[in-house]
Each structure stands twice: as structure tokens, then as C-alpha cells.
Design a protein around this ligand. Structure first.
Ligand code: NAD
Length: 430
């Protein structure tokens, strides 16, 4: 079907008024949950084909998380939809005021390949909860997941109002020519600029969920319990989700010089135990990204800093987790988003220097800090700016419906998840 026809049908469905009712919204959310539960095995298989994600990772990061998000919307939908009475100033007597959330209309969602189910469905849940018609553009770089969604969404959901379009950048460009009531984009900063430029033509509001370099500050590794927890969470924040191909995955670590040897030794042991071998870690999505990561690693000044791993298997697109100690700060691995299993560790004289280091760079989607020093925590909160700050853990913020997820500055704008998604796809009428 032509893009114009798809956009037209979605518009017609919205204009019919069907998507506005509580009943419709609830029925779509229930259908989505049914799809996730009934097709769990097929989803996991698609994720295995696209990224060699193992079953545990596929369930935890995509199926399980999405069931949680649908449940959150189902439990709260009535409350979210309710009109809110507001207090008015004396001058308004005898008036009364209400804020009434209304759907925006037809929204376009662009999804990415690294969590191809979750990054399609999480915004979709928000968009249908808010009563919109939706056109979802899945990612061509995760073809099995994309075709799973294209084959199954119409069987479960109202296919007049919720549509999926498959294809690459050419299809994306065609979609951007149309007028939408909101564009929700997950992807690179480069394409984010294209989306924003196209949206400006129609004055369409956009939400951009982009990427960047997420630092992890590691303060003292004092007690053995501390070391154990820190190392486990650091390793899973780097290699545990999509092999580092995650927008909120750790990009690099900042640590005091004196702790670096201990940190490297413990991380090596962790990698050997849990993250080595293609059966234990997702593969690189395609040849182009494999080549990009090989180039980052094979730059001679960077290669000299590799202290562990980094072997490459071109045939199966597998890159062994690698640790690099103090690669040059001007090398690409330290200036570009890595988006893969390579972990630079940058040493500092004092851990407080991490704040300046972070502030000198573009605002990250996430900052992680492993510390029990309340003064340092306070300084990180007050002196840095990023999409989120997480202490003593990684990535977990993505699973919290009560927290607004999204970036700032070059890592994007527009917050979603839980009620924030509902608000993002609603207009607060008064
Ligand atoms: P991408 O920008 O290449 O593609 C994103 C989407 O845009 C895809 O659906 C693609 O088909 C489409 N597209 C590509 N070129 C286009 C064009 N010229 N016109 C219209 N559409 C076009 O990004 P990607 O490779 O899918 O994702 C990787 C990036 O996404 C990383 O930077 C990562 O950090 C970021 N990301 C961010 C989040 C987040 O939640 N903030 C989540 C995942 C990924």
C-alpha cells in the first residue's frame, strides 16, 4: 500500500472519532498484551535472527518490559483520561476551570533496530492510550522483528487506525512529506535533524529520542561487597543489553588512576565468566556497524590501549567485549557514540574531575555513578545536565514508568514512558 493511502486511512480512522473512546483505547491495549503473551516465542525468535539476542535477554528487555508497560497503561488509563478541575484566581469568579486531555490526531512513530519490538511498542502504547491513530515505521535493520510486527499487528489491533510501514530511509523520507500531528523519532542525531527539518514545514511537533555517550563514574572500590555489585552492574550496563548497542548503555568509564588496575582485573573476570562467546552476547546488527566498530578499534593509537578482548569474527558479526585503558581523548572512540561492546576506561587524578570531564562534552542521555559519597552525588546532580542520573546501577531507569525517559540537548527532547507518554501524545485542552 502507498504511503499516502496509509496516511489517508489513518486520518480517516481518527476523524471518525472511534479512537477517542475509552473502550477503543482499552481494547487496543488489551490486544497488544495478548499479542505479546501469545507470540512470545515468535518475538524471541525474531530477536535471535536480527541480533542473536538470547531468550533471557529478549524476554527481559522487550517482551517482559512491554507487558509491564501495557499493564501500567491499562491500570491507569481511566485516571489519565479524566478531566482535571483546576483552581482559578479570584478575578475569574464565578467561572470554573478544567483541563481535558485530548488526542493529537494521527502520529508517526519511527523505531530503531536495537530494541526493535520495545522501541516500537513503548511509544505506541502511549499514542493509543491518548486516543490517537498511529503509523509506525519499523526499522529495516531488524527485518525479522519488523516483519513480525507487520504480520501480527493487523491481526490483533484495529488496522484502520494503527498501521505499520516497513522500509528504509526512502520510505522514511516519503512519510516525512506528509502532515502529521506529532512525530516521535528514535534514532540517530543525523536523521533526527532531517526529521525536525521536515516537521518544521508543517509546524508538526516532534519528540526526538537520540543517543550520545553515556559516562559511568566509578568512585572508590573499597569493600569487597561494593566491588562485586559495582562490577556486575557495570558489566551488565555495557554488555548485558544488545551487546552495548543501547542508547543508555555505558559508553565509557571514569575512574581514579589508582583504582583502574583493580577495575580492569575484575571486569576481565566478569567478561570471561558471563559475556564471552556468541551464545552469551548479542551480535553486531550488520556488516556496516561491524566495520564501523572494527575501525574504531583498529585505529593504531586506540589499538595500543586495548587491555582485554576485541577479537573479531566477521562471519557471524561477533565482537568480543573489549576494555581499553586511556585511549586518546581526541580519537573517534572518545568523540563518537560507540554503540557496541568496546569499553574505554579513562583515568583521572581525582574522581571529582569527572564532573568537569562530563561538562566539557555534549549532554548525555544518561549518567551513571557508582558512589556512596553523598557530597559527590549532590555535585553530580547539581553541576551536570543529562537525560537521567542513576546511582549505583545502570539502565534500570528505562523500566520505571514513574520516571520521564528522554534526553536533553543533543541526546534529544520529549519525555515518555507511563503517564509521560500519555501526556506526550495528548493536548491539554481547557
Ligand atoms: P537511524 O537514525 O539511522 O534510523 C532511525 C529510523 O529512521 C529508522 O527507522 C530508519 O529507517 C529511519 N531513517 C533513516 N534515514 C532516514 C531518512 N533520511 N529519512 C527518514 N527516515 C530515515 O538510527 P538507528 O541506526 O536506527 O539507531 C541508532 C541511533 O539511535 C543511536 O544513535 C542510538 O543512540 C539512538 N537510539 C536512541 C534511543 C533512545 O531511546 N533515545 C533508543 C535507541 C537508539
Amino acid at each position: 500500500m502507498e504511503v499516502a493511502q496509509i496516511a489517508g486511512e489513518a486520518r480517516e480512522a481518527f476523524e471518525s472519532g472511534a479512537t477517542r473512546s475509552y473502550f477503543w483505547r482499552k481494547s487496543q491495549l488489551r490486544a497488544l498484551k495478548e499479542l505479546l503473551l501469545e507470540k512470545e516465542a515468535e518475538i524471541c525468535e525474531a530477536l535471535r535472527l536480527d541480533l542473536a539476542k538470547n531468550r533471557f535477554e529478549a524476554y527481559r528487555d522487550e517482551v517482559g518490559l512491554m507487558v509491564k508497560s501495557v499493564d501500567c497503561a491499562l491500570w491507569n488509563l481511566k485516571k489519565w483520561m479524566a478531566a482535571r478541575k483546576v483552581d482559578l484566581p479570584l478575578i475569574c469568579i464565578p467561572c470554573s476551570g478544567k483541563v481535558v486531555p485530548e488526542p493529537l490526531g494521527v502520529v508517526l512513530i519511527f523505531s530503531s533496530w536495537n530494541f526493535p519490538i520495545g522501541l516500537s511498542l513503548e511509544p505506541l502504547i502511549g499514542a493509543v492510550s491518548a486516543g490517537n491513530a498511529v503509523v509506525l515505521k519499523s526499522s529495516e535493520l531488524a527485518p525479522a522483528s519488523s516483519s513480525f510486527l507487520a504480520n501480527n499487528m493487523p491481526k490483533y489491533l484495529d488496522n484502520k487506525a494503527v498501521k505499520i510501514v516497513e522500509g528504509g530511509s526512502d520510505v522514511g523520507e516519503q512519510l516525512l512529506e506528509h502532515k502529521w500531528d506529532k512525530i516521535f523519532f528514535t534514532g540517530s542525531q543525523r536523521v533526527g535533524r532531517t526529521v525536525m527539518t521536515a516537521a518544521a514545514k508543517h509546524l508538526t511537533p516532534v519528540a526526538l529520542e537520540l543517543g550520545g555517550k553515556c559516562p559511568a563514574i566509578v568512585d572508590s572500590l573499597s569493600s569487597s561487597r561494593d566491588i562485586k555489585v559495582t562490577i556486575s552492574r557495570l558489566a551488565s550496563g555495557k554488555w548485558g543489553s544488545s551487546s552495548g548497542q543501547a542508547c543508555i548503555g555505558i559508553d565509557y568509564v571514569l575512574v581514579e588512576e589508582k583504582f583502574a588496575p583493580v577495575l580492569v582485573d575484575f571486569l576481565k573476570a566478569k567478561i570471561k565468566k558471563y559475556y564471552t562467546g556468541p551464545e552469551n552476547i548479542a551480535r553486531i546488527v550488520n556488516k556496516q556497524h561491524f566495520q564501523r566498530l572494527s575501525n574504531l578499534l583498529n585505529n593504531p593509537s586506540v589499538a595500543a590501549s586495548v587491555v582485554h578482548g576485541g577479537s573479531l569474527n566477521h562471519d557471524i558479526l561477533y565482537i568480543e567485549p573489549a576494555i581499553l585503558l586511556d585511549p586518546p581523548l581526541e580519537s573517534e572512540i572518545m568523540t563518537e557514540e560507540i554503540f557496541g561492546p568496546l569499553l574505554p576506561i579513562i583515568t583521572l587524578k581525582k574522581i571529582e574531575d569527572s564532573i568537569r570531564f562530563i561538562k566539557e562534552r555534549p549532554k548525555a542521555l544518561a549518567i551513571y555513578a557508582f558512589t556512596h559519597d553523598e557530597k559527590l552525588k549532590k555535585r553530580i546532580i547539581e553541576e551536570t545536565s543529562s537525560g537521567s542520573i542513576t546511582f549505583n546501577d545502570t539502565i534500570i531507569q528505562f523500566a520505571c514508568d514513574s520516571l520521564p525517559f528522554g534526553g536533553i540537548g543533543q541526546s534529544g527532547f520529549g519525555k515518555y514512558h507511563g503517564k509521560f507518554s500519555f501526556d506526550l501524545f495528548s493536548h491539554e485542552n481547557q
